[in-house]
Ligand binder design. Structure first.
Ligand code: ISL
Ligand code: CA
Length: 537
């Protein structure tokens, strides 16, 4: 028997960029409420809200200063309750982002923690320096160091992300108690679970120097440690198991083995997780060094993970990643390749996650200068690359292809001013292609990318084979990827042509169920970027 979170499709909303309702250029909760009918029409069953809590916005919501309130830019608690109620009317569940590895440095816990004698001191990780040097040699996720010296208490605090995001001390039972209470607070309000931010790095086993490494020196001391497994089991047992809810963990640097330890149902830790390997197949070592997209490499990674875990959280986009059609698709075949990615995402085994705008084929941000970017990570990395002497053209190329702002531009609703997102200039630029790529123009067009998403969500909802079936890779060859989903005597073959050329691939005894081209049957030849679903039995 499948659980409801295995049958439904998740839609991720980045609230700041979804819909502004009060003309301040910032998306908000009333804006989301006003678009719920469209999400219901699409077939969405769960919304994951990126953080809506009060935040100084150093990392746009991923630096939280109050876990039990709503960012006034987004609205009030009453708006949040209205959103939950309105979503429920449409049979849509809401999942919150839970960011508990770190808080904002403006959180009252941290402010008090700066006093050595405060009972909050141990909520964070404070250490004296080694002479003039920080306590250890670890390097951070946003580039640069992980320790910040605090004049007030004469010690350093640990921050694996920006210096305004101090890491919580998960060895302190009071931190655990606080987080349990926060989770109960939201579950009591009716949220249906949590997307757990960087959840496999909570527990730091030691603060010793890390092995010298090109990336994330020190990570062997905090990646997926036994202490983290214990924390996850405790949260599950004491909080989550008392509610009809689920968790999806954002788990960094996991392998199939370490991922299984986090998401094996028997172990009662996470219900599913986001792995990164497929998103790293177009890079060398770090995401800033992109290499040419190779469909075979992508497909091989997906296949490996499909069979490594009993259940996957499938995604090609989120608020941290460039747009999938710009990355894995083909600009010349924008529409066909976006539809191919849609068919792939919705036919894999696992819960599909669609990021806002993906359903209309939104593309990377066409920014022309660094001033147009808001993301702290892009700015840090650009500055570090400059310090390292990277030529300007290279720095620019890195940021262009990889900046997280590529996916954070305002949602393109229509061809009107500011793409219908706002009545004033938004907090981040609108992609200039909004007159061509927007929801309104695709809504009534049966051949639009959005219509393909709608059709595929409905197809999946009606197919036990797609929802519950097994996955078997059949062919992974350069730009051809074929796999089979089977269940209770039915078997579906999915064939994807990731190339601008026709490809011949006869498939005896199969009937066409669906294609991103208009055709009645399958003649053994795939058109450029064609994706077909064939019914084999
Ligand atoms: O951007 C990344 C992936 O390409 C990572 O380095 C990212 O920082 C990492 O996946 C963690 O992401 C999460 O936590 C961060 C926050 O900035 C991201 O938006 C969030 O998704 C810190 O809270
Ligand atoms: Ca607003």
């Amino acid at each position: 028997m499948l659980k409801w979170w295995q049958e439904r499709v998740v839609y991720q909303i980045y609230p700041r960029s979804f819909q502004d309702s009060n003309g301040d250029g910032i998306g908000d909760l009333q804006g989301i409420i006003s678009r719920l009918d469209l999400l219901q029409d699409l077939g969405v069953g769960i919304i994951w809200l990126s953080p809506v809590y009060p935040s100084p916005n150093v990392d746009y919501g991923y630096d939280i200063s109050d876990y039990k309130d709503i960012n006034p830019e987004f609205g009030t608690m009453a708006d949040m309750e209205e959103l939950l109620a309105e979503a429920e009317k449409r049979d849509i569940k809401i999942v919150m982002d839970l960011v508990i590895n770190h808080t904002s440095d403006q959180h009252p816990w941290f402010q008090q923690s700066r006093d050595k004698n405060s009972p909050y001191r141990d909520y964070y990780i404070w250490r004296p320096g080694k002479g003039k040097k920080p306590p250890n040699n670890w390097s951070g996720f946003f580039g640069g160091g992980t320790w910040e010296y605090d004049e007030k208490s004469g010690e350093y605090y640990l921050h694996l992300f920006a210096k305004h995001q101090p890491d919580l001390n998960w060895r302190n039972p009071r931190v655990m108690a606080e987080v349990k209470e926060i989770m109960r607070f939201w579950l009591d309000k009716g949220v249906a679970g949590f997307r757990c931010d960087v959840i496999n790095i909570l527990y730091k086993s030691s603060l010793a120097d890390g092995r010298p490494s090109l990336i994330l020196t020190g990570s062997e001391h905090y990646l997926s440690q036994e202490g983290t497994h214990e924390i996850l089991r405790e949260l599950r047992r004491d909080v989550l198991d008392n509610f009809d809810c689920f968790t999806v963990g954002e788990t960094v640097f996991v392998t199939p083995k370490t991922a299984l330890d986090l998401a094996d149902p028997e172990r009662k830790e996470l219900d599913m997780l986001f792995s990164f390997e497929h998103m790293e197949t177009d890079q060398y070592i770090v995401k800033w060094f992109k290499r040419r997209f190779h469909a075979g490499r992508f497909a091989a990674s997906i296949s490996k993970w499909q069979t490594a875990l009993p259940w996957n959280a499938n995604y090609f986009e989120n608020h941290d990643q460039p747009r999938s059609v710009s990355r894995f698709g083909d600009a010349e075949y924008w529409e066909k390749s976006a539809k191919l990615l849609c068919i792939m995402l919705l036919t894999l085994r696992g819960t599909p996650f669609i990021y806002q705008g993906q359903e209309i084929g939104m593309t990377n941000f066409d920014f022309t200068s660094m001033d147009q970017l808001r993301d702290v990570e892009s700015r840090n990395i650009y500055a570090i690359a400059k310090r390292l002497g990277f030529p300007k053209a290279l720095r620019w190329r890195m940021i262009k292809a990889t900046s997280r702002d590529n996916a954070r531009t305002p949602m393109q609703w229509n061809a009107g001013p500011w793409a219908g997102f706002s009545t004033v200039e938004p907090w981040l630029g609108v992609n200039s292609n909004y007159t061509r790529i927007n929801v309104e123009s695709q809504l009534d067009d049966p051949n639009s990318i959005r219509s393909m998403y709608k059709a595929m969500i409905a197809f999946r909802a009606g197919s036990e084979t797609l929802k519950a079936g097994s996955f078997e890779a059949l062919k992974i060859k350069k730009d051809l990827f074929a796999y089979r989903r089977s269940h209770a005597g039915e078997s579906l073959a999915v064939i994807l042509n990731f190339s601008p050329r026709e490809r011949s691939l006869p498939w005896a005894g199969a009937r066409l169920a669906l294609s991103n081209y208009e055709r009645e049957d399958y003649d053994g030849v795939l058109q450029p970027y064609e994706a077909v679903i064939l019914k084999e039995s």
